[in-house]
Ligand binder design. Sequence first.
Ligand SMILES: [Zn+2]
Length: 190
Amino acid sequence: MDRKDERIEGLVRQLLVELGEDPEREGIVRSPKRIASSLKFLTSGYAVDVGALINGAIFTQETTSMVILRDIEFYSLCEHHLLPFFGRCHIGYLPSGSVFGVSKLARLVDVFARRLQLQERLTEQISHAVMDSIQPVGVGVMIEAQHLCMMMRGVEKQSAVMTTSSLLGSFRDNVATRQEFLNLVNRPRP
Ligand SMILES: [Zn+2]
């Protein structure tokens, strides 16, 4: 355990006291340690170099068919409340010479999701990372998510799903391409 973990543990212990808890109480005496390690995992995306992650995952492939990976589950923390938001991410792109290793596409979502986030920014970071790394003709990313900061507190709306999309290149400029992406993302689950 490094010094940083110890500092986070100390801060969590202090937070428990401020909230009216007894940090020595049997049930929570180990909670600062658990919370520190949980937070470390949930924000582990900061320590990942996106370029290095992507580098080994690009393959030369002459195809012009749209590639879609949908229903990528993710869990993130909203930067305003540090409460979870979670849902599904759909990624589509039209290759021009290179394609992404499919598991790396899912990993890319995790890298950005495991940081303090806004859903809008998460969506754009994913689309730009795909665009910058394989320069496809176009990219579309759509995220559908539920926000605990809205469900547990605030407006207390339980079933609102927020949808964000980021469309680049032909996904933005070409109506038929955009429509193909939306149709593929929205078609019934197998
Ligand atoms: Zn929030």
